[in-house]
Design a protein around this ligand. Structure first.
Ligand code: ZN
Length: 174
C-alpha cells in the first residue's frame, strides 16, 4: 500500500480519456487500494485514476467518511470499475473543487440523481442509485475518466484567468 501523487493541471492525463479495464488483476487491486488511501489522505471525497496519472476507468468515492464522527467514522470506499451513468434525473447547482485543480472553485450544474452501472473489485456487476453529494461526486469522477475537469465547466473567462494565474505561479516557483 502506498500513497500516489495527485497530478494537477496542466498534466496531460487530466485531459485524456481513460481506457476500459478488461482484466481485474493485482495491479488494478493495488491501484484501487492506493487510490483510496490517497483520497483519504488528501483529503477528498473521490478520486479518478487519471488523477494519479493512470488512464484506466477506475474511481474511488467516499462521501460519508469526511463528515462522520466517533465510531461511525470508518473508511469504507466505494470502488467502481468501468462506471457508466445509465440514467440521470433532476438538476442541481453547487460549488465544486478538485484536488487536481488547486485553488479553484466553480459552480457546476449536475443531475440531482443518477444511476451508475459498473463492476466492483471482484468483477461483480454493481448498480448504484445515487442522489445529492454521492450523485455529484460520481458525475465529477466519471468526468475525469472522460478527460474533463471542473475547468471545462467554467466560463471561458474564468478558465483563461486561472490558466494565466497558473503560468505566473509556475514561473515564480522555478
Ligand atoms: Zn476532480
Amino acid at each position: 500500500m502506498a500513497l500516489r501523487s495527485i497530478v494537477v493541471i496542466p498534466h496531460e492525463a487530466l485531459n485524456r480519456k481513460a481506457k476500459k479495464i478488461n482484466n481485474i488483476d493485482d495491479k488494478i487491486r493495488l491501484l484501487a487500494i492506493d487510490m483510496a488511501e490517497t483520497m483519504y489522505k488528501a483529503p477528498g471525497v473521490g478520486l479518478a485514476a487519471n488523477q494519479v496519472g493512470e488512464l484506466l476507468r477506475l474511481i474511488v468515492v467516499d462521501v460519508v467518511y469526511p463528515y462522520a464522527e466517533g465510531k461511525d467514522k470508518k473508511k469504507d470506499p466505494l470502488v467502481l470499475i468501468n462506471p457508466e451513468i445509465v440514467q440521470s434525473e433532476g438538476e442541481s447547482v453547487n460549488e465544486e473543487g478538485c484536488l487536481s485543480v488547486p485553488d479553484f472553485g466553480v459552480e457546476v450544474t449536475r443531475a440531482e440523481r443518477c444511476q451508475v452501472r459498473c463492476v466492483d473489485l471482484e468483477g461483480n456487476p454493481l448498480n448504484i442509485d445515487a442522489e445529492g453529494l454521492l450523485a455529484r461526486a460520481l458525475q465529477h469522477e466519471i468526468d475525469h475518466l472522460n478527460g474533463l475537469t471542473i475547468l471545462e465547466h467554467a466560463s471561458f473567462l474564468k478558465r483563461d484567468l486561472y490558466r494565466r494565474r497558473l503560468k505566473k505561479k509556475t514561473r515564480r516557483d522555478r
